[in-house]
Design a protein around this ligand. Structure first.
Ligand code: OMD
Ligand code: FE2
Length: 433
């Protein structure tokens, strides 16, 4: 079944799976087809109009009474974070696909995080490796919005608001509280997840770039209403206050026949990103690659950024073209979806990850530097076959004990900068006295 979508980031959308199912106003005495009207809010009721998020769902059974009161054990998701995380660059090889049947929820494992679900501030960074679809099992994140970045294996994401098909090089954003289940289109899947505990992701202002550029609102696709009326016991797993809870529903919760609003899941193809860059000199700051941001209260300072490094043409002249050496106030978690990343010759492989804590020096590896110093900067350099991304945050990243101790961690990562010897050609000036 080929899916059809509605387009427009954050738009007021509406969809009905049966003709006339959408009522003329939000909560009429009698909803068409005997449906229940239900509102889900994603921001405070009185949030400014341009930030306000809520949807109205018209469903067969209301969610009231559907409770998750039993703990669910999945210790790798939400694994303890190490407050003694060292200030060193970290890098990991890709995780193997599970040998035993493991779905998306059981295949999640925590790499890093900071903040507090209880205080609604911060983030979690996880990866998943899965080998079976979620079967009569549905997940709901009451703590956070979830940004899913598939790296291997397409997914069909069933949500209360409809179906989304996503493949590697596309992303999906599930708003807080929306129930979903993930089926593996190709039998196995691997990827990255960012849990955003703060303000919902939005498109950045473009300032002097103008009205166009970077990610276009029209390239964000939302589902059409889709429902099933199935009396099957369905396990609901809810993440709440950083823990997992479960309960059993008597029916599939995917029973929303019509909906309208803007608190809705969406997908975006990273290949649609309109990449901008320097056409004169110097390598730009990576904020030019910003796809989505979760702003903080401080102007210009985001809690969380999702940044992408797509194929592009480098033309800056008389310029060291790879990313420069740097230490940042922000902390950077990077993943590679496809191909090779321009700052690393080896070791950063598709499905792997790296993490550069705040104020920890990093940049191009020695082999990349050697190449860049030889490069002709008066011809264009076509970066093809690449798709890397970064979850960047102003909060330091606490890394999980599991990730620090993982056999996939590359103990010798910092050796990639070995060989960057002094090239100093000056001399110490000795003042004659
Ligand atoms: O560290 C990295 O590779 C990410 C990055 C890329 C870039 O082009 C500039 C700065 C930066 O942190
Ligand atoms: Fe960096």
């Amino acid at each position: 079944m080929t899916l059809h979508y509605q387009a427009g980031f954050g738009s007021e959308l509406q969809s009905e799976a049966l003709p006339g199912a959408l009522p003329p106003h939000n909560s009429p005495q009698h909803v068409p087809y005997g449906l229940y009207a239900e509102q889900i809010s994603g921001t405070a009721f009185s949030a400014p109009r341009h930030q306000n998020r809520r949807s109205w769902l018209y469903r067969i059974r209301p969610v009231a009474g559907q409770v998750c009161d039993q703990p669910y054990e999945q210790p790798r998701f939400g694994a303890a974070l190490d407050i003694a995380t060292p200030p060193v660059p970290l890098r990991w090889y890709p995780p193997a696909l599970p040998a035993t049947p493991t779905d998306f929820v059981d295949g999640l494992f925590t790499i890093a995080g900071n903040g507090s679900a209880a205080l609604q501030h911060g983030f979690g960074i996880h990866m998943y490796a899965a080998s079976r679809s979620m079967h009569e099992r549905v997940f709901c994140n009451a703590d956070a919005e979830m940004l899913i970045v598939p790296q291997q294996g397409a997914l069909r994401v069933a949500t209360e608001l409809g179906l989304l098909d996503v493949e590697p090089q596309e992303i999906v954003v599930i708003p807080r509280g929306i129930r979903f289940a993930i089926a593996l289109t190709e039998g196995t899947a691997r990827g990255y997840v960012c849990e955003n505990l703060g303000a919902p992701f939005r498109l950045p202002d473009l300032g002097v770039i103008g009205a166009n550029g970077l990610a276009a609102a029209r390239d964000f696709y939302y589902p059409q209403a889709w429902f099933e009326d199935r009396a099957v016991p369905t396990q609901l797993i809810t993440r709440y206050l950083g823990r997992l809870w479960q309960g059993t529903l008597t029916h599939s919760p995917f029973d929303v026949v019509a909906w309208h609003g803007n608190h809705a899941p969406c997908k975006y193809d990273l290949r649609r990103f309109n990449t901008l860059g320097s056409v004169s000199f110097d390598h730009p700051d990576p904020s030019i690659f910003l796809v989505l941001q979760s702003p903080s209260e401080a102007p210009g300072v985001d809690d969380l950024d999702f940044v992408v490094f797509p194929p592009r043409v480098l033309v800056a002249q008389e310029t060291f073209r790879p990313p420069w050496f740097h230490r940042n106030i922000a902390s950077e978690f990077m993943g590679l979806i496809h191909g090779a990343y321009d700052a690393k010759t080896a070791g950063f492989v598709p499905g792997g990850a790296s993490l550069h804590p705040c104020m920890t020096g990093h940049g191009p590896d020695a082999a990349t530097v050697a190449r860049a110093l030889q490069a002709d900067t008066h011809t264009a350099d076509y970066l093809t076959d690449t798709m890397a991304f970064m979850f960047e945050t102003r909060l330091p990243m606490l890394v999980s004990h599991d990730a620090l101790a993982s056999p996939l961690r590359q103990q010798g990562y910092a050796d990639c900068w070995q060989g960057l010897e002094s090239r100093f050609t000056g001399q110490i000036r000795v003042d004659p006295c």
